[in-house]
Structure formats: structure tokens, C-alpha cells
Design a binder for this molecule. Sequence first.
Ligand code: GDP
Length: 443
Amino acid sequence: MTVTDTIYALSSGAGRSGVAVIRISGPAAASLLAGFIGELPAPRDFALRSIRDPSSGEALDKAIVVWLPAPRSFTGEDCAELHLHGSPAVVSAVLAALGSFHGVRPAEAGEFSRRAFLNGKMDLVEVEGLADLLEARTANQRRQAFRQMSGLASDIFEHWRRQLLLIRADIEAVVDFVDEPGVAEEAAAGIDGRISALLAEISSAVEASAVAEVVRDGVQVVLSGRPNTGKSSLLNTMARRDAAIVSDVPGTTRDSIEVLLDIDGVPVVLTDTAGLRSRASDEVEEEGIRRTLLRMSEADIVVWVWSPDVEGSACPIEQAPDIVVRNKCDLNPGLFRNELPNAGLSISTRTGEGIPVFIDHLSGLLKRRYGTVESSLLVSARQVSAARSSIRLLNNAFKTPSGHLELKAEEIRLASEEIGRLTGKICVEEWLGAIFSRFCIGK
Ligand code: GDP
């Protein structure tokens, strides 16, 4: 790839901070750095230097600088980094000075990573892993993203692709002898065995991917129940802040309210929904109830909250909820209007009684269902779709009769292309925009 533009950006967060890192990448990186500091330090050394405005000579800061000549840099190009004091005035003076040079421009979102990909520093799976790592909020998200970013998943995809290339080469080696009796059948039998082994491996990766996607996007846990049973109070207790409106007028939670929680490393999107009543008081509430039923049907885990002071607290949906909690255990039994035979866990959001037991119970369920993430290889919809296409093509190859070895070889070639798309060995321009636009400027 030939790049003429040199790009720069503030790679650390904006605003006041201890240190602010400005990154420069491209052919002019060395001369730009020299313009600020004079003589360049040895490559990859951290050097403390005075930073001067290249045109006026005014001292702007005293800071650490690093010179990273190509190809041993993040982008694979000549790069320089200025680790300035994190003052908005210092940062804007350096950025303004950089912007005054011809052929030097601010980087677009994800442009450093895009250059790294185009220069072969990272493949697409690693780039996606990096994007996920930057967004990771819980330990499981971090682990999953790190596995992708560090190339462990890519190694396996590359192994699949090589297997397919070898199978195809073996088919082509026997195509010339198909006229000899028995040769094609014998060769095809061995080849089919290898195809079906690979099919099993890719299919089990696709099956495990459902868990990976949940870890990435968060497990959807929905709190549902009749109005006034304490769903909003439970969400607030769990979020430890006032995210939902708590009131004693039935039906105040008109829409769904979400908070993202980290429950023992598992990301959870906890949703408080409009209370389910058989008769809504107005159209807005009716719409709220419709959305609740939809949320419940789409949820990964449904928690049914009921309380003995609210009548008709039994869960009205056919599918049994994953967890039942009986709230308001602090209430005087004289106020009880009903009891459910399957009471569930007793809690009180008012006194906090039973809340740790409820969270432990939820955490156990999350771990049982979503704790197998270590084995997930395919973590994004893009990766799963490429793997699914390769499975379809391999199935076609498997079913192709041994008399048509050329057709078998062609299906295998297409399947290996699909696997190649996973890591970007076979580059798909349309995916690039979608992947790199997830990054912020400076990455
Ligand atoms: P929602 O409609 O299910 O979301 O219920 P809210 O969280 O708005 O609570 C309804 C009413 O029940 C409010 O007045 C709360 O203060 C009260 N409430 C919630 N949890 C408890 C509890 O554990 N004990 C008692 N005594 N009252 C509670």
C-alpha cells in the first residue's frame, strides 16, 4: 500500500488528564517530530524533550517522545508519539502546529487501525478484537476480545483454510486418474472423511457463538411483574442508583428502562418493564405492556417479581420465568392479599433482605448458561455468517458424487474463500467500512 498522507490525532481521551498522547503516522512523521524536538531519539526509546512550535520556536511543553520507524510500529508506517501533559491548551497548540503542514491531516475514525490492517499488521479478526477490547466493560468481554485481538482465533481460522487448500490440492492430484477403476472412489472416500471432520469443527464453533454474542452485547435480563410489585425498586437496588422512577401509582413505568451491570464478570443488560395488567388505563400504558411482552419473549432471562400485597401476581405468560422473586418480605402479613404456591426467593428492596441471595442465584444461572465463553471462537455476526456460508459449501462438497471430483474441488475452493473472508485474507471492501467505523479517532 502506498500512502502519501501523514495523519495525526489525539489518541488518549479528550479533556484534562495527566498525560495526553498525540500519535503521528505516515511518511512525514520523522520530519514532523524533528520539527518539534530537533534531533530524533533512538528508535523505540522514550526520550524527554522540549516540544517547540516548529514555526515560532515557542516552547509548548516538556514531554516524552517516541520515534517508531516503519515497519515496527502499530500502523507499519513511520510513527511518532508525543506524550504531552494532558492540558487542553498544550494539546490544541500541538494539534494546530501539526495542522499547518502541507500533506498532513487529522486522522479519520479508525484510520490508524485501517492502515495497520492494510499493512498486514493485524487481520480483520484481530481488528474486531481490538474494537471489542476498547468497548469491553466486564472481565468476560475483555477476555473474549483479547483472545480475538491476540490472534488465537485467527490461527484456528487459518488452520481451517489450510486444511481446505490441502484437500483441494489432493482432489486435483487424483482428477487426472479418474478413468482408472476404483481410483476416484477411493480418493473421494478419504476426502469426504476430511471434509466431514472439518464440517463438525466449524459447526461446533457456530453453535458456541451464540454464547459469545451474548457476552459481547450483554445478557438480556428482564424484570417483569404486575404493577407495584417493586420491579423499579429492584432495578434501582441492583444498579445502586436511581435509574428508574419508583412510585406507588400503579403503571408508572411506561416504557422499558435499561442499565448495564457487571455481575461477576458477565455483562448484563437489566431491563425494568411496564407492569403487566390485564386492563391498561390508557393507550400509552397499553403500548408499554405490548413492549413488555415483546421484551419478555426476547429476553435471555426473565425474572418474575411478585409481592403478596398485589393481587393477581401469578405470571400470566405460558413460558415459566427463569427466576421468581417474592418482594416486600418486610411487610406485615396483615397486608397480604394473596400468596403464590411457587413463592420463589424472598426479598425486600426496602430492607435489602434476600438481595445478596437473589444476586448469587442470578450469577449462578448466568455462569451455568454463559460461562463457557472460553470455547467460543466466532464472536461477531460477520464471523458467524462467513462460517455458516462455508458450512453450506462444505455440505455441497460432501454430497457431490465421487464421479464429479472437479465440482467437489470447486465447492471446497469457495468454502476456503469464505474462511479467508473471516480474517480478511480475502478482502471484502464492504466489511472494512463497517468494521473501522466502530473505532474512535486516534485508534
Ligand atoms: P413497580 O411498579 O413494580 O416498578 O414497583 P415500584 O418499584 O415502583 O414499587 C411500588 C411501591 O412498592 C413503591 O411505593 C415502593 O416504595 C414499594 N416497595 C418496593 N419494594 C418494597 C419492599 O421491599 N417493601 C415494601 N414495604 N415496599 C416496597
